[in-house]
Design a protein around this ligand. Structure first.
Ligand SMILES: [Zn+2]
Length: 435
């Protein structure tokens, strides 16, 4: 109502020009001190409308008075006091999923979505994470809930160390998420609901925030095997706790998980990976095995000539750096922005050159023990850029593998009968035979 009156006055250009006396000024000033922006607009209108110099001068003085009083008026309010309430503007955390998940089927015959939720505490107080729910974005139903030990087991700080549920002011943590589905994942989009509390402000109780929405991006690529025959042990293969999965590396100004689905393939026989002298590479069953192109593609990176390590040695023959950490290695561009990385190869056994086109099943090199390796094995991964570590690991499924058993700790459990599985990703510690 009052605002309408002011607009009316302003539009007519009348009362201020004809009858602005001390009382009406004070009346105007009292109102405009509360509605400053509208008042300034009104007075500015009046200045335009005022016909005489004296009335313009009076209007200008009024405008200055209003501005001064407005300042004084605002200065009377104390600043918003976050020291009394860290949740004054809601829950001050950022939830983000840097790499959206891609659905794949594992040798456990389940479908999986694997990704990380990054949580950053932007408040000035420590926060304790109580529960994280993963929600189907369209239905809102909870696909998984983690709290207590379940949550702690998935938490890691940015330096790769185990984190507890307390997120200190100004710090971040990563939740490693691995979802299981019995059928092909129908979920198109995920989001997250986080419950937390500030111990220093227990009177506010549990707080809830939702965020970290992410798309599920299609299904994993189907490729051929990187090796033939077997039995091959999927050491540090895909699981939510493997060393590869948990290695978050900042390279070239970006933090990524290049080895999210990587495996160190070692050949085994009756639960052993070597026979004879363990300090000789030639004692290991996998040493010298042929490494195969998993798909048609182009060779986009080759490093050869690095000396091999002595198994169980105490130091590397060459100092490790970003370039040689994979030892003698090959990267294939297999199309669709996907790259296959083969590491730790025997020196001078690489049979391809930069720019060569290769076909699926073609022999690329022999397994060795070069780079950051303690024994002969093939480190194999698929990722999204032509880089060893400055890249995000991608899931894949091998079109046919024979699952023989599983190596858990020192113990090998063999299936009563091997199972041929199609379009699956071998999981951590599987023992498989390739065609
Ligand atoms: Zn590896």
């Amino acid at each position: 109502m009052v605002i309408e009156n002011i607009a009316h006055i302003s539009n007519r250009c009348y009362p201020l020009r004809r009858s602005v006396d001390r009382r009406s000024w004070l009346k105007m000033y009292g109102f405009l001190n509360r509605v400053t922006a509208l008042g300034i607009a009104t007075i500015a209108d009046a200045m335009v409308c005022a016909k005489t110099d004296s009335s313009r001068l009076r209007t200008l003085v009024l405008l200055l008075v209003i501005l001064c009083c407005a300042q004084t008026g605002y200065a009377q309010y104390p600043p918003a006091d976050f020291s009394r309430n860290p949740f004054l503007l809601g829950v001050p955390v950022d939830l983000a999923v840097p790499k959206p998940p891609v659905a794949f089927q594992g040798t456990d015959r389940k479908f999986h979505l694997v990704y990380e939720l990054h949580i950053t505490n932007f408040s000035k107080v420590d926060l304790v994470l109580r529960q994280l729910d993963v929600l189907d974005d369209s239905s809102g139903s909870a696909l998984a809930s983690y709290s207590g030990k379940e949550l702690r087991g998935r938490l890691q700080n940015l330096a790769g160390r185990t984190a507890n549920q307390t997120l200190s002011s100004g710090t971040g943590a990563v939740v490693f998420i691995w979802l299981d589905f019995t059928d092909a994942a129908n979920t198109q989009r995920l989001r997250h609901r986080l419950q937390l509390a500030a111990p220093a402000f227990s009177r506010f109780g549990l707080q809830t925030v939702e965020g970290g929405s992410t798309q599920v991006t299609g299904e994993a690529r189907v490729i051929g095997p990187p090796l033939r025959g077997g039995e091959w042990w999927a050491a540090l293969g895909p699981s939510n706790h493997s060393g590869h999965r948990r290695t978050l590396i900042a390279v070239d100004g970006k933090a990524r998980i290049p080895e999210r689905y990587a495996t160190d393939w070692a050949k085994e026989q009756n639960g052993e990976i070597l026979k004879g002298d363990p300090s000789k590479n030639s004692s290991y069953f996998g040493y010298g095995a042929e490494v195969l192109a998993v798909a048609d593609g182009t060779v986009v990176s080759v490093l050869d000539g690095l000396p091999e390590n002595r198994p169980e040695g105490q130091s590397y023959p060459v100092p490790m750096n970003l370039k040689n950490v994979g030892g003698n290695n090959i990267i294939l561009d297999i199309g669709q922005h996907q790259f296959a990385f083969y590491a730790h190869l025997q020196p001078h056994t690489i049979r391809v050159n930069m720019g060569d086109h290769v076909v699926r099943g073609q022999v690329l090199a022999l397994i060795g023990n070069s780079g950051n390796a303690t024994g002969p094995h093939l480190h194999f991964q698929l990722s999204d850029t032509n880089s060893e570590l400055g890249t995000e690991g991608l899931p894949f499924m091998i079109d046919s593998v024979e699952l023989i058993g599983n190596a858990s700790g020192e113990k090998i459990s063999l299936l009563p009968r091997p199972e041929v599985l199609n379009r699956v990703l071998p999981l951590e510690d599987d023992i498989v035979r390739f065609p």
